[in-house]
Design a protein around this ligand. Structure first.
Ligand code: ZN
Ligand code: ZN
Length: 238
């Protein structure tokens, strides 16, 4: 019975993995679900927060400085992303990364002004990696690397100690929490790098990684994130 189900899913089941009703299109999900995704149509180029209009001033960026040169955020971290992405972290829905990377790639093709030389996924600490078994940002980076033919480097930055989840901390604790948490292992890596992550909330981790890369001579660091939280103090890490 179990094998029959798996076989059906692999070879015959072309239904949309989101609604499980309509046939999936070449986008990996059905057209209705694709339209209904929480698109981040006009992300702020600095912090990735969704704006109503491309010329709108971003209120979240007031008085803030960013080391990341440009942020590209494909979607907003709202339903179904806010249920899908945590479930991917708990191993239940890993197969969703396939169509999510397709959606991500299509949005990047619309928005990117200059393609980077190398993609680097936001690293996990070795102990967390052993515990979970995979880094979803690394899988996303591999899928995007394949789609864009850009090299992916996994070992250029390592996480040297387990930090606390950023969203539980205030601004100064967030800065302290990241001190010496990462280490750039090789140089020079490339002139233009894109950091890859699934969710961006505070942006502190991405900015810290950009700072370290620039210290090693990197000229431009972008952040490519699948989903951006609408509110900086909401749910997810990074
Ligand atoms: Zn659907
Ligand atoms: Zn902004």
């Amino acid at each position: 019975m179990f094998y029959r189900k798996v076989y059906r899913r692999l070879f015959f089941d072309q239904t949309c993995p989101l609604c499980h009703v309509h046939p999936a299109s070449s986008l990996g999900i059905c057209e209705g679900c694709h339209v209904d995704l929480p698109w981040n149509l006009f992300p702020c180029p600095s912090c990735g927060i969704s704006r109503d209009h491309p010329d709108d001033h971003c209120r979240c960026c007031n008085h803030k400085t960013f080391t990341v040169d440009r942020t590209f955020a494909a979607l907003e971290y709202r339903f179904p992303l806010n249920t899908l992405l945590p479930s991917i972290k708990q191993r239940y829905s890993l197969h969703h990364l396939g169509w999510l990377s397709q959606v991500f790639h299509a949005r990047l093709e619309d928005q990117i002004d200059q393609w980077p030389d190398v993609l680097i996924p936001v690293p996990m600490h070795a102990l967390d990696l052993i515990r979970r078994g995979y880094n979803q940002a690394a899988i996303l980076a591999e899928l995007l690397g394949k789609a864009t033919s850009i090299n992916v480097t996994h070992s250029a930055i390592i996480k040297t100690r387990c930090s606390q989840r950023q969203h539980n901390l205030n601004a100064s604790q967030r800065r302290t929490n990241l001190i010496d948490a990462f280490c750039v292992t090789s140089r020079p890596i490339a002139d233009h790098i894109a950091l890859i992550d699934d969710v961006m909330t505070t942006g502190s981790t991405l900015n810290e990684l950009a700072r370290l890369l620039k210290k090693q001579g990197c000229k431009r660091v972008d952040a490519w994130v699948l989903a951006r939280t609408p509110d900086p103090d909401s749910d997810e890490d990074t």
